[in-house]
Design a protein around this ligand. Sequence first.
Ligand code: ZN
Ligand code: ZN
Length: 388
Amino acid sequence: MDKDQAKQKAIEAVEAAREELVEISRDIHEHPELAMKETRAAGLIADKLEARGFAVERGAWGMETAFKARWGEGPVTVAYLCEYDALPEIGHACGHNLIATTGLGGAYGLKAAVSPSDVTVLVLGSPAEEDIGGKAIMLKRGAFEGVDVALMAHPAAIDIAAPPMYGVESCEVVYKGQAVHASIAPEAGINALDALVTAYQAIAQLRQHMRRDARIHGIITYGGSAANVVPDRAEAKFLVRALQPQYLEELKARVERCFLAGAQASGAQVEVKWAHYPYLPMNNNSSLADAYKENALAVGRSFPDIAVDSTGSSDQGNVSWALPAIHPTFNVGAFAINHTEAFTEVAATDSAHQSMIEVGQALAMTGVDVVLNAELRERAKAEFSGRG
Ligand SMILES: [Zn+2]
Ligand SMILES: [Zn+2]
């Protein structure tokens, strides 16, 4: 089939699904669910995919809120990723309701445009992007075996086809000291909170002397139970991020030394638990990202010419080192920064949903390119394996 005709079909199919996609986005947005607890969202999307003829496996890869949906028997496998987890207290401040529906839109559009003998369309429901990294677990459990490309898009302040994204290591640190009456016998206590505050200050000082393409941030999650008791326990969570994996390792070691400094100074014991799955930096596939950009421009998106030197992280980074993958960002119709209440508000507006339709169309068209343009497919693969 002619590629332009197929793309036109994809565009029309996503537009035709507008009402359904908006309804799903609003439903997920109105019922925010935390990482690994996204029962309603995963169930809703799986129902819709089934209604559209996809074969759906719920609770895939041993995760209750993951799913795998498949349509077609073709030799080229295009996977669309759907995220749907929210953040504590501020709800869908990362707009993952829109990730779910742009992924769905992409899959609906590609299904309408290409014969099932040419393509296998997968929709992979990936839980817990904001916490433990659902895609890292899916990857380990074989979710991406036989997949040619992994496509998704993330709402943000601006449209970027191939945004840089940090790798991230996260940890929980626990200090254990000795509780005692804080006035009667403070000399007999070991103050776990002091240990943590010393470490926190050491990390704050370290921040002054690290490269610009890295970040460290954390919160104290427990610091004692009563002001008149010397805290025998203090807990914190920290994230260490860097664009380059080697520098990330270096920073991680320096942060560990800050934790030890707190223990040394106070006499408390320290335990540092690093997360099972680090998030890798995004290895954007530029062949696919260029195709996405061209398609997005064709449906009315615009890409401001701004050098981006500040970013976040995604478990799509892990996927991007296993197969050709993209993670473009898109504006939601207002300038807002992720993880703020303002972003939560704009993530379900009419303008956000207009962006969602256009981005869903661009993702569908990129799927069409992958299926009908063998040269692009080869280029994406060659680039990925370092032969490009
Ligand atoms: Zn986020
Ligand atoms: Zn996000």
